[in-house]
Design a protein around this ligand. Structure first.
Ligand code: ATP
Ligand code: MG
Length: 253
C-alpha cells in the first residue's frame, strides 16, 4: 500500500570521503506517524535525517547512494529542486537558533512566506503555528519582543513553529529536547503527538525513554547500520536483536 508510506528508502549508503556513515539502510516510513530513531553517538542518526531532505548535498565530502522515494518520487532525481524539497521536509535542530528579531518576525521571515503581503493572513499564520507548537499562550502578549529573550525551551518551540509555518509534509527533529527541562520536553512531546495527525514526524533522540513515550515506530541505529526497526512497543519489550535489547535496557557498552 504505497500511499501509506511517506518515505520508502532502499539500500541507502552514505560516505564521508572513504569512511562509510550509513550502510545499506532500507526502511519504509509510514505517513502520519512518529518514527523514533535511537542509537549511540556516531551511529549515523543525523546523517540519516540529513539524507531525507538532501541537506547532505551541502557537504562536498559526502556522497549518497541508493534510493529515497518521497510519495513515490525519487528525491535525488536531477529534476528535484532541493530548496522545494526542504520546504516539504522541514528540519528542527538540537540547538534552537532564532533570528535576532521579534517572535513575530521569526515566523514571517521564512523565505517561503515572502509572497504573502496580507497582514491578516500573516497574523493568522503566526497564531496557528505558535498554537501548534504549544507556545502561543506564553508569547501572545509579547510577539513584538526579541525572540532571543525567550527561554531555551521556548526558543525550541519557536523553531518548531517556524518550520510549521512553512506548511511542510514531513518534520525532521534532531534531538529537539536535548538540554531542555522536563516541562519544556513534555510541551514538545505533547505538540508532536497532536501534529502527527497532519504531518509525518521523524524524531532522533538520545533519550530512549522519549522514543518509548512518543514514537509509534522505532529504529535502532548502531555503527552506521540499522539493527532493528519495528513498532515501538516491540522494540522496547521484545527486541529481536540482542544489541537492541542491550541498548534499550541501558546495558550498552
Ligand atoms: N563533518 C564530518 N566529517 C567527517 N565525518 C563525519 C562528520 N560528521 C559526522 N561524521 C561521521 O559520520 C558518522 C555518523 O555521524 P552522525 O552525526 O550521523 O552520528 P549521530 O548518530 O547523529 O551521533 P550523535 O548522537 O552524537 O549526534 C560518524 O562516524 C561521524 O564520525
Ligand atoms: Mg546527531
Amino acid at each position: 500500500m504505497e500511499g501509506d508510506y511517506k518515505f520508502r528508502i532502499n539500500n541507502l549508503n552514505v560516505f564521508w570521503g572513504k569512511a562509510q556513515a550509513l550502510r545499506s539502510i532500507s526502511i519504509d516510513i509510514p505517513a502520519n506517524r512518529i518514527l523514533g530513531i535511537i542509537g549511540p553517538s556516531g551511529s549515523g542518526k543525523t546523517v540519516f535525517l540529513r539524507s531525507l531532505n538532501r541537506m547532505n548535498d551541502l557537504v562536498p565530502e559526502i556522497s549518497v547512494e541508493g534510493r529515497i522515494l518521497l510519495d513515490g518520487e525519487d528525491i535525488y532525481h536531477p529534476d528535484v529542486d532541493p530548496v522545494k524539497l526542504r520546504k516539504r521536509v522541514g528540519m528542527v535542530f538540537a540547538l534552537p537558533v532564532p533570528l535576532p528579531a521579534s517572535i513575530y518576525d521569526n515566523i514571517v521571515f521564512s523565505p517561503s512566506l515572502f509572497r504573502i503581503r496580507d497582514r491578516k493572513k500573516l497574523n493568522h499564520l503566526v497564531e496557528t503555528s505558535l498554537t501548534s507548537a504549544f507556545l502561543w499562550d506564553e508569547v501572545k502578549d509579547r510577539l513584538k519582543t526579541s525572540a532571543l529573550r525567550l527561554s531555551g525551551g521556548q526558543q525550541q518551540r519557536l523553531c518548531l513553529a517556524r518550520v510549521l509555518a512553512m506548511e511542510p509534509e514531513v518534520i525532521l527533529l534532531d534531538e529537539p529536547c536535548s538540554g531542555l527541562d522536563p516541562i519544556s520536553t513534555a510541551a514538545i512531546e505533547d505538540a508532536l503527538g497532536i501534529l502527527k495527525k497532519n504531518f509525518t514526524i521523524i524524531l532522533v533522540t538520545n533519550n530512549t525513554k522519549q522514543a518509548a513515550r512518543v514514537a509509534d515506530n522505532t529504529a535502532f541505529f548502531l555503527m552506521s547500520e540499522m539493527i532493528e526497526y519495528g513498532a515501538t512497543e516491540q522494540i522496547f519489550t521484545m527486541p529481536r536483536d540482542k544489541r537492541t535489547n542491550d541498548y534499550v535496557t541501558g546495558r550498552f557498552g
